[in-house]
Design a protein around this ligand. Sequence first.
Ligand code: FUL
Length: 479
Amino acid sequence: MRITRNTLLRTAVLSAVMGILPMQKLSADDSTPAPCPPLPTPHQVAWQQMETYAFIHFGPNTFTDKEWGYGDVPAEKFNPTQLDCEQWAKTLVAAGMKGVIITAKHHDGFCLWPTKYTDYSVRNSPWMDGKGDVVGQLSEACKKYGLKFGVYLSPWDRHQAFYGTPLYPQYYRLQMEELLTQYGPFFEVWLDGANGGDGWYGGAKEKRQIDRAKYYNYPQIFSLIKEHQPQAIIFSDGGPGCRWVGNESGEVSTTNWSFLRIAEVYPGYPNGGELYTGHADGDGWVAAECDVSIRPGWFYHKSEDEKVKTVDNLTEIYYRSVGRNGTMLLNFPVDDRGLIHPTDSANAVQFRQRIQQELGNNLLFNKKQPATDGNFETYSILKAGSSIELRLPRATSLNRILLQEYIPLGQRVKAFKIEYFDGKQWLALDPGEETTTIGYKRILRFPTVRARRLRVTILDSRAEVCLSEAAAFYAPTAQ
Ligand code: FUL
């Protein structure tokens, strides 16, 4: 069964003009299936449509060759000689990134903006004689080059003497408010869940344990973010805006529900396995974000100059994140000059070209069918057990299929299969991985076949399925 809201609307308008239908038929809603909760907010849909965006890890660790600074390094250590946020922005745009999130403060507590709440910041560094503001400069560069902007503000702070006391959560909230009101707009706010316990803590040099679920008073932080930046997606292990996937290798499970049982999860939530798949019976929409660094470390280390992920590595990550209903958050460790290293930049830009080569030419594109018209807003409706046939203009080689559900009405598909007609019979396409969930986007790779007809069958679903897009591609570089 194929219905497009646009076609119905057009028909209704035409018929109404011709006096055939009563005016109330003008509403396109007659054909809209009932929503199947949980549902994403429009901001969550817009965020998922970004698909790939970048992380920048930069700070004292960049100058001390560390991953987790202890919080004891003097501010004077922070001294990039050629820092250029426009170079970052231009590189990221060329790599197809739609936004960038910066570590405004990492676990070492050093602030990349001149905060008024601590002297442990760029204000007391030799960089630009203490007059610089990395967060501000990047925010400006994002506006200039059309990138969205986000911040990482580490809840754990190994520098402050009062970390672990009731004062610290107030300090954290004030810093968050400073960022939310001085910079932006933000598309995402990143709340890291890490806490190793030990730190410098104003010279105390000890281990401090806090209750991860309660100490920071997250509900208050969330409302602060909502108040000042309502469009910002809040990342943490358990959302509420989007979730961690339980690993830092940039991949989510093939079965990936964009739901979590919201009352159970919180930043620092320890069950990574559940975050990898989502909760099939969850009551909150918390889609998966797959974070990964282009190098082994999050921060720059000269010793990793030869260990930058290759175009093949990055392409694989793309298929395992964006291709499995997740987003891809790719980290660039800015170097000690304050620039994205040329190898990282070259590999990232070539990665984008590879994706374009593999998925740039939709062989199924056809305006006559809502599922192939390239318009996310129109969809074909399929009941469980039913199929949709997709025809190519001529027999063509193909090895990639992309499917999308119209997620504003919910994520519904539980199992599906794809077949192709070889001229005599329908044969199964084997992508070598389970074909369970689809969600916002699922991309399947399989050995090249030649076909003129394809068939997608919904084997099981939570409700009738709104198939927004079905596309097929031939990736020339694949076997
Ligand atoms: C982790 C942190 O501990 C790492 O240093 C890094 O920032 C990564 C993105 O998140 O939890």
